[in-house]
Design a protein around this ligand. Sequence first.
Ligand SMILES: NC(=O)c1ccc[n+]([C@@H]2O[C@H](COP(=O)([O-])OP(=O)(O)OC[C@H]3O[C@@H](n4cnc5c(N)ncnc54)[C@H](OP(=O)(O)O)[C@@H]3O)[C@@H](O)[C@H]2O)c1
Length: 282
Amino acid sequence: MDTLTLQSTIRMNNGVEIPRFGLGTFQSKAGEETYNAVRWALEMGYRHIDTAALYGNEEDVGRAIADSGIPREEIFLVTKVWNDDQGYESTLRALEASLRHLKTDYVDLYLIHWPVKGLRHETWKAMVEIYKQGKARAVGVSNYTIRHLEELLSNTELVPAANQIEFSPFLYRKALLEYCVQHGIVVEAYSPLARAQKLEDPRLTAMAQKYGKTPAQIALRWALQHDLVVIPKSVRKERILENASIFDFELSAEDMAEMDTWNEDYWTISESYNPECSPRWE
Ligand SMILES: NC(=O)c1ccc[n+]([C@@H]2O[C@H](COP(=O)([O-])OP(=O)(O)OC[C@H]3O[C@@H](n4cnc5c(N)ncnc54)[C@H](OP(=O)(O)O)[C@@H]3O)[C@@H](O)[C@H]2O)c1
């Protein structure tokens, strides 16, 4: 394996490089909480920030990026169109609003947040238009299952660059990952820490002890070694640093294989949101 760093990237199917590690901002409160988290992350060397219109913190993300002094083109910025804005014209408008909030004239990756029934195809057409206009350097989807991707791929000439999905050692979505790899779609792992709900799992704490690392670091390293893009969220300075301190060790092939057996279909999102079984996303 090549030596990975905090700034290592994966080349997406349109040639654009996405940093393999980023800061998540879901439930980071608008105002100083989000602003400080993004400032600290950028100071520590993070170069990828994940937000969404839904999170209500795009303005703080934008302000932190502007104040960081780091050239905009060195930062990979992701946002998403929320469900209420899906449809062709409304998606174009939603992107304009996000750009205003983020104080930028482009995003690096624009995602369809959820595969909304009846609207997602029109939304994707808008994503293609946004990409053609250069307002997003890449466009992709989120929470798409194999069925949603099959439907999309049979209806478009533009293959999504990424699919952002819930993924952790306790939710190892192997078939979906393999499908995405086969079709050249980068997988981004969200809730890679299972929202801190499984950090005391004895298998994880034992593995952490073995490597002299924290349970969070082991979970993140596992995702990284599966060639996923990983976007843990924290608003605490010490954890933002802890989560990024995973580039000085490597899980052995045996331990990766061991962790691959830990799947228990552990979703942190509520059942009504689970894209694999909720009629909401049919
Ligand atoms: N596309 C989607 O539908 C979708 C859905 C969910 C999430 N996401 C994206 O993915 C990002 C990450 O997912 P997530 O926020 O759901 O969950 P996560 O990153 O798995 O976990 C975040 C939680 O873990 C805590 N935490 C962080 N680092 C820790 C550490 N080292 N030790 C102990 N606790 C730690 C955080 O608290 P503190 O902040 O207090 O440290 C927070 O409560 C989101 O922020 C968002 O950007 C996307």
